[in-house]
Design a protein around this ligand. Structure first.
Ligand code: GLY
Length: 310
């Protein structure tokens, strides 16, 4: 089976000053995952290492450098799924783990699917994973943004509502044995209510993988993505015989049509073809297939794409 890997660094209005960091961050993650695939690694390993690389990149909203919630804390979500046995693992609202994708991997290998908050951290501790302080995940850029938001919202005590940016990092891979895996990791929405969980750790919403069809990982406004079960919706379209690019576009179209949502999806079909679609201002992504001479990595602007908005 030809190797194939696609990663994303979030779908939102990526400002010019962060374009280079998103571009190079996606490229570096892609190359890390690609080395794993080339060394005969499992698709799960490739997705995990690619996402770890992005979690460790302070420019991206996952792991270190995540956005802060309304209490000024990083609260992280991640998930990972593999398409042979349909095993999945996810964690949500964890505050003291540097690489939640690796914790999700440990959950996948257990009898659990989703662990949250302190229970997830207890699980990490028991598995011997190092803990960090929440402050270790926090970068100056996000503290400045949080302080500005706090000044504006001192009186209402509310978390940010619907239209705040909600980017994520994610990856989908097919390995040489035809195994498909998909994963996501995120700090969620900026200034979110404590305990708020978006699509990223919800199997079928943020990610899905099935060796007989392909894999999908989503990014964007988590509440709307969850309502249309976007990752599984995209894979169901593939299962109906749609080409991967069309499946991605139809899935994102359903996000607009059904819930006026904003986001994107990256996908690979079971034979390694890559596709993506989004309806935010921009999507950071990178991909490589065995039949390509070099990777494609870019921040793609929506420009004059033809997706309808309701
Ligand atoms: N898509 C990430 C989130 O909404 O939490």
């Amino acid at each position: 089976m030809p190797l194939s890997l696609i990663v994303h660094g979030g779908a939102w209005d990526i400002p010019e000053e962060l374009v280079e960091a998103h571009d190079s961050g996606c490229r570096a993650a892609l190359l890390e995952g690609w080395s794993t695939l080339q060394a005969d690694g499992h698709a799960l390993d490739a997705v995990e290492v690619a996402i770890r690389k992005m979690e460790d990149n302070p420019a991206l909203n996952a792991g270190t450098g995540s956005v802060l919630n309304s209490e000024g804390k990083a609260q992280l979500d991640a998930s990972l799924m593999e398409g042979e046995s349909l095993k999945a693992g996810a964690v949500a609202a964890v505050e003291t783990v540097r690489n939640p994708i690796s914790l999700a991997r440990m959950v996948l290998q257990s009898e659990n699917v989703l662990l949250v908050a302190e229970g997830a951290v207890q699980f990490a501790r028991a598995a011997g994973m190092d803990e960090c302080r929440n402050e270790d995940l926090v970068v100056e850029r996000e503290v400045r943004l949080w302080k500005a938001w706090r000044r504006e919202h001192e009186s209402d005590g509310q978390g940010a509502s619907g239209l705040a940016a909600g980017d994520t990092v994610g990856a989908v891979a097919v390995d040489g044995r035809g195994n498909v895996a998909a994963g996501d990791s995120t700090g969620g929405r900026p200034f979110k209510h404590p305990g708020r969980v978006g699509d990223s750790p919800l199997i079928g919403c943020g990610v899905y993988a099935d060796n007989s069809v392909g894999g999908a990982a989503c990014t964007g406004w988590g509440e709307s993505i969850t309502r249309v079960v976007l990752a599984k919706t995209a894979l169901d379209l593939l299962g109906e015989g749609k080409p991967v690019k069309e499946a991605a576009e139809l899935a994102v179209q359903s996000l607009i049509d059904r819930v006026d949502g904003r986001g994107g999806v990256i996908m690979i079909d079971a034979t390694g073809n890559v596709g993506y679609a989004f309806n935010t201002a921009a999507l950071a992504c990178a991909y490589l297939r065995e039949d390509m001479s070099e990777p494609v990595a870019s921040v793609v602007r929506l420009g004059n794409r033809t997706l309808r908005t309701s």
